[in-house]
Design a protein around this ligand. Structure first.
Ligand SMILES: Nc1ncnc2c1ncn2[C@@H]1O[C@H](COP(=O)(O)OP(=O)(O)OP(=O)(O)O)[C@@H](O)[C@H]1O
Ligand SMILES: [Mg+2]
Length: 280
């Protein structure tokens, strides 16, 4: 009897181990046959793709093609009408927001900050969003808030009012806030919009560093095609609610795919084995 129990225990242990391994094999996120409409206006139609761990994936597509809507769905800010979204094999609809927020953070395309809030306090919201604020911050909270401000280079503004910073400075405060959440998956909806070219490159280098040194899986929206090609492991192009282009940018970006996505013919050239689209 005892021997039998032992065998049962062993089987359970092996099964648990197998389940763990199987979970680790799942993509970081998966979107399966996702459709979404605002009223009668169909925005996403049967969209499917996978996000692999440790990669930088960039969503491309014309204005209004549904990129931000897709991000809202993937971060539980909106609920899918049809189809499913998985986080490491688990349907995100079955995850409570608090647990989900420990794994996934987002910097939205449009952000507003209230007056009288300092940069440091804003960043701390990423760490201690609600009740915990009252109970003070742990050492780990402090460490992450400090790290997030340093890595985004906003430490020097820590005591300034966030609403009085320039667009680019504020953009970095929002990124710091998401970083303080310390998640393995980070969504960035047009993180370079308000930035001059120097800060655009700085933010994209930061994104690369977060990805390569800290192993953060990045999913972002970028409008600059060349930056998307250069910084991404994978691009996903949306057109009329469908995934029109998907894959390694080096393989899928061409005169034809750009025309399909944006309705404009642009020359595509190779420089030292890398693809560039001539956007002027
Ligand atoms: N809350 C809403 N209610 C109704 N329609 C909406 C809402 N939000 C967005 N839309 C519409 O859904 C479509 C997709 O919008 P979305 O913001 O996802 O596009 P996008 O690809 O992010 O565009 P952009 O490049 O301009 O940021 C647009 O036609 C837009 O007008
Ligand atoms: Mg958008």
């Amino acid at each position: 009897m005892q021997a039998e129990n032992k065998i049962l225990e062993d089987i359970k242990a092996v099964a648990a181990e197998t389940a763990k391994t199987a979970k680790a094999d799942k993509p970081a996120m998966e979107v399966k046959n996702l459709s979404f409409s605002y009223g009668k206006n169909k925005i996403l139609k049967d969209v499917s793709f996978q996000i692999q761990d440790g990669q930088i994936t960039t969503i491309m597509g014309a204005n209004g093609s549904g990129k931000s809507t897709l991000f809202s769905l993937m971060t539980k800010n909106l609920y899918p009408r049809k189809g499913k979204i998985f986080l490491r094999g688990k349907n995100i609809q079955n995850l409570v927001l608090k647990d989900f927020a420990r794994k996934v953070s987002i910097v939205h395309q449009y952000n507003t900050s209230s007056d009288d809030i300092t940069v440091e306090r804003m960043v701390s919201f990423g760490r201690t969003p609600h009740m915990k604020m009252m109970q003070g911050r742990s050492d780990e909270d402090e460490r992450l808030i400090q790290w997030a401000m340093e890595v985004t280079n906003i430490e020097k503004y820590r005591n300034r009012e966030a609403s009085r910073l320039s667009g680019g400075q504020r953009q970095r405060v929002w990124i710091a806030m998401a970083l303080a959440q310390n998640t393995k998956i980070l969504f960035l909806d047009e993180p370079t919009t308000y930035l001059d070219i120097r800060y655009q490159i700085e933010i994209l280098e930061l994104v690369k560093k977060l990805n390569q040194e800290f192993g953060i899986t990045i999913i972002m929206v970028l409008h600059d095609i060349n930056q998307a090609i250069y910084f991404s492991d994978k691009v996903i192009g949306l057109k009329d609610g469908l995934v029109a282009v998907q894959g390694n940018p080096q393989d899928v970006i061409s005169r034809e795919s750009i025309k399909q996505l944006y309705g404009i013919e642009l020359d595509v050239t190779q420089v030292e084995g890398k693809t560039f689209v001539l956007t002027v």
